[in-house]
Every structure is written in C-alpha cells, then in structure tokens.
Design a protein around this ligand. Structure first.
Ligand SMILES: [Zn+2]
Length: 114
C-alpha cells in the first residue's frame, strides 16, 4: 500500500500514492504542481546530497530550514500557476502537523495567503 498522497524522487519523477485518489480535481492539479516544483528545483536531489555529505548530521538546523523553505517555494510555484485554491482546499481537508523538515498545513496556508 502506498500510504502517501504524492512525492517526488531524486531522479526527477513524481509518484502518486493511494491517498491521491481522495482528492478533487483541483486539489490533484495543485498537488502535482507542487511536486513538479520540487522536481524543477531538484529538491529531492539536494536533500539526498545533504544526507550523503553528512550535512544533516553536522548542521541539522541548516538542513531543516532549507527543507522547510523548499516546501514554501513549491507552494508559491502552485500559487503563481493559479492553483492556490486547490492547494488551500487540500491543506484544509487533509491537515498535516509541522515537523522539523516540513511546515504544517497552518503555516503553509498562512504563507499562501501572505
Ligand atoms: Zn513538498
């Protein structure tokens, strides 16, 4: 079972999981645009490098800040493409808590509206 909505890979593809089917069409478009932004920015590759180079061990706060920044940047890409409504709907219907690596839905909604 693929217990996720969507994700990008270090080799530049987007994978959808089982939860992707629960989204509306506008939410799917927004989520796919968010993942495409990660691919365009090579975010997964950067994260892999930060692990391989051990930066995450020696400077974790720097890595956490960059990962969180990647998420906000991907959401801004969605907004610039005119799909912010779909992203807002997704974030409200499937709220996610914040973590060291990932901003929570509340922060992402505030950033989208800012
Ligand atoms: Zn993301």
């Amino acid at each position: 079972m693929k217990r996720f909505v969507a994700r990008c890979t270090p080799w530049g593809t987007v994978q959808t999981g089982d939860y992707f089917l629960r989204l509306t069409d506008s939410e799917k478009s927004a989520v796919l645009a968010h993942e495409r932004a990660h691919v365009r920015n090579r975010d997964a590759l950067k994260r892999l490098w930060w692990v391989v180079s051990l930066r995450v061990v020696f400077d974790p706060q720097w890595v956490f800040a960059r990962c969180r920044g990647q998420e906000f940047a991907a959401d801004q890409y969605v907004k610039q493409r005119g799909m912010a409504a779909g992203m807002r709907s997704f974030l409200r219907r499937f709220p996610q808590p914040a973590s060291a690596l990932h901003p929570g839905s509340k922060e992402r909604l505030e950033a989208l509206d800012g």
